[in-house]
Design a protein around this ligand. Structure first.
Ligand code: CMC
Length: 430
């Protein structure tokens, strides 16, 4: 096919915009030279219509509700793959064969310990510290032990740092939790697999034997797989943006964790449960009153776990989780009143014109928290669990960005609308 070009004309001038073709999905109009040619820039708050990169990692069709990693459907991966297999798929670009998978898992297993000096770091936080703050700080802090691995152009350093981050994140997350409940930190046990090890560090005590429940391990595995990557979302764009200045992988991932913490992004899973709980706690609140608040233009409240920048259909991850939540709750023998309220809220919203017109559907955060809760994770750990799942995606995107010869430091333009040429007035004359 001949190269396609778009023409843009304004102020009597014509501008040629070469088109970047996709495998599937939207093409991209290249506007990189528009300012040099015309003196003007494009305006796109939140970059809602701007592709910052070409990528081979994740494909989303938001209208159809399709999500694929390296060409594999998310439903297929959630049903069949382990989280470490998906991490390999994202990072290396293909599913590992048996020998590759064993070598890779063994490598991850060998790096689960934190440097013993990190213990003092955890001790220094207040007991009420949010675990997301600890997670991002600790991610930056461990970079100080590996300064020889900071050069982004060193592919071997990336491979080792990626394995270290993957291996140590469960230890950091579990220790952040232990800190919050005033219990001793548990060391990793390398006889266990990735998820089992994390569960043991979270819930074991030196005083009692802890057996990992396979139902819980499977559920956590599925949840991690469902969160593993989501193309250019806010935290991933942050990881790429920070990395574009050639900051090291640890610093870039730490920044991604901070971006994820916000309630409009990964922090929504904690907020969903708080919203559902507020309906239980307040006799005047109901699914209907929450919907009414979400629709009220004078109320900043939004229905948490609903709506998405890309999906204008049911989020495929939420679809998997909705039916999986039924199975998990039944398997662990829990009847959660919040689950019934969630289903009622979903039903009411999906029949409401406001939500129908705006194509607002449940997203991944709507049902994930209900499963995490059934597995005994405290609400404040939910976004940490999201971060643990998203880690391979952040690192794969960072690697792709670093290896892409067209990468430039991320530096958007602005349209200045402030004052100009004012004269400085001494403080006593103001
Ligand atoms: N409740 C009520 N109204 C909503 C909601 C909601 N949850 N989400 C969007 N809207 C309305 C919004 O007010 C706007 O209405 P109008 O056209 O009348 O101004 C319209 O729908 C379009 O919304 P938007 O804010 O332009 O959409 P966006 O793409 O900028 O924001 C979003 C996407 C996810 C931030 C937003 O839907 C939201 O705040 N949802 C609640 C928070 C949430 O669940 N976040 C998790 C996202 S999925 C997982 C992840 O990324 O972590």
């Amino acid at each position: 096919m001949a190269d396609r070009h778009a023409q843009l004309s304004f102020d009597g001038n014509e501008y040629d915009l070469p088109i970047v073709e996709p495998t599937i999905g939207n093409a991209g109009l290249t506007i990189a030279k528009l300012r040099a040619d015309s003196g003007d820039v494009t305006y796109d708050p939140g970059f809602a219509n701007t592709a910052g990169a070409q990528s081979t990692i994740t494909y989303i069709d938001g209208a159809a509700g399709i999500l694929q990693h390296r060409g594999y459907a998310i439903e297929d991966l959630a049903a069949n793959a382990t989280f470490l297999e998906v991490a390999y798929l994202l990072l290396v670009g293909k599913l590992p064969n048996k020998a590759e998978f064993e070598a890779w898992s063994e490598d991850v297993r060998m790096h689960t310990l934190l440097n013993e000096e990190m213990k003092r770091f955890f001790d220094a936080f207040p007991k009420r510290a949010h675990p997301m703050a600890i997670l991002s700080s600790a991610t930056n802090a461990i970079s100080t032990f590996y300064e020889d691995y900071h050069d982004p152009s060193n592919a071997k350093a990336f491979d080792e740092s990626a394995v270290r981050l993957l291996a140590k994140m469960p230890t950091i997350a579990a220790w952040a939790y232990k800190k919050s409940i005033g219990m001793p930190y548990s060391y990793p046990n390398n006889d266990l697999d990735y998820v089992e090890n994390f569960l043991a560090m979270m819930f074991s005590l030196p005083t009692a034997r802890y057996e990992v429940d396979p139902v819980i391990a499977k559920a956590v595995n599925v949840l991690f797989v469902l969160h593993a990557d989501h193309e250019q979302n806010c935290s991933t764009a942050t990881v790429r943006g920070v990395g574009s200045s050639q900051a090291n992988l640890f610093a870039s991932v730490g920044a991604g964790i901070d971006a994820l913490w916000g309630p409009l992004h990964g922090g929504a899973n904690q907020r969903v449960i708080e919203m559902l709980q507020s309906i239980v706690d307040d006799p005047d609140a109901s699914a209907k009153s929450m919907i009414a608040r979400a629709k009220d233009p004078n109320d900043p409240f939004r229905l948490m776990g609903f709506g998405h920048r890309v999906y204008k259909n049911y989020d495929p991850r939420a679809r998997v989780l909705r039916s999986y939540a039924d199975d998990v709750l039944a398997a662990v023998g829990i009847k959660d009143p919040l689950f019934d309220i969630a289903k009622e809220l979903e039903q009411t919203a999906l029949e409401d014109d406001y939500f129908v017109e705006r194509k607002l559907f449940p997203n991944v955060d709507f049902y994930s928290g209900l499963i995490f809760r059934a597995l005994d994770f405290p609400t404040r750990m939910f976004t940490v669990l999201f971060a643990m799942g998203r880690l391979p995606g952040w690192m794969a995107q960072w690697k792709e960005m670093t290896e892409d010869p067209s990468t430039r430091i991320m530096r958007p333009r602005q349209i200045y609308i402030g004052d100009i040429d004012k004269e400085y007035v001494p403080i006593e004359e103001r």
